[in-house]
Design a protein around this ligand. Structure first.
Ligand code: GCU
Length: 665
């Protein structure tokens, strides 16, 4: 298929020589157990190996003649005597090992749970897809974070907030009577990268999702996701007790309200015994919350956490709050939540966006990371590209997330990745044939899952894996596609918001440039609020002389970012208001450097177009053509960003264009 429906699970036939060698290792398989997850594992193995190698392993009923032995020690006690490092695999991980057993060389895929085994099968298939040898297979893996969730911003009318890939997958109208087979493919894709939960509905939540008819529909979806190791979660509206419960208040300290949430949780768990819990956006952008009743975020989160606790459920309480009264939007979440450290129940996760503003092409990491030692903190990233050119612009976000996860927090050795205990990604998935609105956006779904499983993976390795699985193992293709992906995100930063500028997108939809916009009802929505350009300089002063948001960072980080000499160029205008004529490290003035970066962003896209064109004939025509067309759109729009931004800033600073800048075409 060349419409992209198969994602990275294409299982294209391998070249004949490779086929033959894999075939010898995978003629037969013994599966211990028959749970839904084991059936899924068996079918996936047969589907994948059958397609790639030309013959699926024959399922055999006895160990004695199996090339591949698959199971848990509980189902297959013989595994216990092999000395496999299953302790290191944890509840969800796996061991892959080639081993001599009773005089024969076999491949063992083992886990402590059937879901772990299923993940092991996907890991094995990935190795075959990317042409790696299996002869000396010896792998043990366990996920770094226990919660690795997609957050769908899907409304019940099937529109998707910030969704650029069609309608919501969830066909509420036909559920539960009709359960679309596509839900299974969705679950397979998630399972293949280790995503283990999905919040089905928008954080701007309708209370209706918690009514009995909707819960029946949710239960039908949960039934499809379960064998694949994906638990179901819901976004809940804080005032649901009023909207659908007939109560007069949603005050978290009111006993009736507490009872309502408890009985709601009980009824959900009767339908969905492995229900994951609730995601809640409260007192944020007009959503109701505990502060409407004079209570704190901790009061609200804990009340709902108490309702879920008897069932083992989790509350993900979002920290995305800000108000126009604040001196600086970037300070808001820290100012609000830092004093609440230690006040949350143990089944609450404070879900914090990767940066302090809002999913921009580049932000410094959020100051709450590393500074809530007595609270479980999760990181929320956006897989859908609200501020990065929607589905047409190519921007590989693995690079962005790697940058955040790797950021040093307080001490030189502490990294953001070590300060969090969960990763959530706002999904980019919809009903488009290719799921994500473009072929390259599939890579962002893939990379999210891989990094949530193992945040120490390099984005370059992830890009390489994904490219081989998606575009094939042709070396020229990989060597062209991977560098394109790796520079793509910086290209977007350069043509949209270089040097630490942020939030300059046209308003509402956030597509295209709008740095001049200054008339919105909330001051903290205006691009001019963020860039603060004047005749003399540009940038948001967040040092002690300004909003002092930099003081929210610890130790060396604070020290460096406060200083004009130390702050990296990429965060310069995020923290400092800088004269246009100031010389930067490049030797150029700020103005000349900024113009050069806009130019560089456009050139990078032009080069991506050229590189992609060199693959004509090496990729199926259908996908080749679409990517070609999207890159053309991206180049036009990169120029639009550059020309509009330069013209606008020039109208403020009155400076001539620096020499060497290509005039608008
Ligand atoms: C952004 C986005 C909204 C979304 C919000 C959130 O502001 O534009 O659509 O609701 O983030 O994360 O809650």
């Amino acid at each position: 298929r060349s419409d992209g429906y198969d994602l990275w699970l294409r299982y294209d036939p391998l070249p004949p020589a490779e086929r033959a060698s894999y075939r010898l290792l995978l003629r037969s398989a013994f599966f211990a157990g028959d749970s839904g997850s084991m059936q899924a594992a068996r079918e996936e193995l047969q589907r994948g190996v059958g397609a790639m190698v030309g013959a699926a392993p024959i399922a055999v009923a006895s160990l004695g003649n199996a090339d591949l032995i698959v199971g848990t020690p509980a189902a297959l006690p013989a595994l216990k005597s092999l000395g496999l490092p299953l302790n290191a695999a944890g509840p969800e991980g796996f061991v892959l090992r080639r081993i001599a057993w009773k005089g024969r060389d076999v491949i063992v895929v083992a886990g402590n749970s059937d879901v772990g085994v299923l993940r092991g099968i996907f890991a094995l298939l990935r190795r075959i897809q990317t042409g790696q040898p299996l002869e000396s297979l010896n792998v043990v893996e366990a996920p770094r974070y226990a919660l690795r969730l997609l957050n769908h911003w899907d409304n019940l009318d099937r529109t998707v907030e910030r969704g650029y890939a069609g309608q919501s997958l969830w066909d509420w109208h036909k559920l539960p009577g009709w359960v679309d087979p596509r839900y299974t493919d969705y679950a397979r894709a998630n399972a293949s990268v280790g995503i283990n939960g999905a919040v089905l509905n928008n954080v701007n939540a309708s209370a209706e999702i918690l009514t009995p008819p909707y819960l029946e529909k949710v239960a039908a979806i949960a039934g499809v996701l379960r064998p694949w190791g994906v638990r179901t979660y819901l976004s809940a509206r804080f005032t649901a007790p009023i909207a659908i419960g007939g109560l007069k208040t949603a005050d978290p300290l009111d006993p009736q309200v507490q009872r309502w949430w408890r009985s709601k949780a009980d009824s959900i768990y009767r339908l969905i015994p492995d229900f994951g819990g609730f995601l809640i956006k409260a007192n944020s952008e007009g959503q109701p919350g505990p502060q409407d009743y004079g209570r704190s975020h901790a009061d609200g989160a804990n009340m709902i956490a108490d309702a879920l606790a008897p069932h083992g459920g989790t509350v993900m309480w979002r920290a995305f709050i800000y108000s126009p009264e604040e001196v600086d939007r970037a300070r808001s979440a820290y100012d609000e939540f830092k004093p609440l450290d230690g006040k949350f129940r143990s089944n609450v996760i404070l879900q914090v966006k990767n940066g302090p503003i809002d999913f921009q092409p580049r932000e410094p990491f959020h100051p709450l990371f590393g500074q809530m030692p007595a609270t479980r903190v999760g990181m929320e990233v956006q897989i859908t590209k609200e501020y990065l050119g929607f589905a047409t612009h190519l921007a590989f976000l693995g690079a962005l997330w790697e940058e955040v996860l790797d950021s040093r927090t307080a001490t030189p050795r502490a990294r953001v990745a070590g300060e969090i205990s969960a990763l959530a990604g706002v999904a980019n998935i919809g009903t488009d044939r290719n799921w994500t609105g473009s072929h390259f956006d599939q890579a962002n779904w893939y990379a999210f899952g891989r990094l949530a499983w193992n945040p120490t993976l390099r984005s370059s390795d992830i890009a390489q894996e994904w490219s081989r699985m998606t575009w094939g193992n042709d070396r020229q293709v990989t060597e062209t596609v991977v560098p394109m992906m790796l520079r793509s995100r910086d290209a977007v930063v350069d043509y949209m918001t270089p040097l630490g500028l942020t939030h300059l997108m046209a308003t509402g939809h956030h597509y295209g440039p709008g740095p001049w916009v200054d008339d919105l009802e909330r001051r903290d929505w205006n691009p001019t609020y963020y860039h603060r350009a004047t005749r003399d300089g540009i940038g948001f002063d967040r040092t002690a002389g300004g909003s002092n948001a930099v003081s929210q960072y610890a130790g060396a980080v604070q020290h460096c970012w406060s200083s004009l000499e130390c702050v990296p160029d990429r965060y310069l205008l995020w923290f400092h208001h800088v004269p246009w004529t100031k010389r930067l490290r490049s030797g150029r003035t700020l103005w000349a450097d900024m113009v050069k970066r806009y130019d560089d962003g456009v050139s990078a896209v032009r080069e991506m177009r050229r590189d992609w064109a060199s693959l004509n004939g090496r990729i199926d025509a259908e996908r080749y053509r679409e990517v070609t067309a999207f890159l053309k759109i991206q180049e036009q729009e990169a120029k639009w960003w550059r020309d509009a931004s330069i013209a606008y800033f020039q109208s403020i600073n009155g400076l001539p264009l620096p020499p060497g800048h290509a005039p608008p075409e």
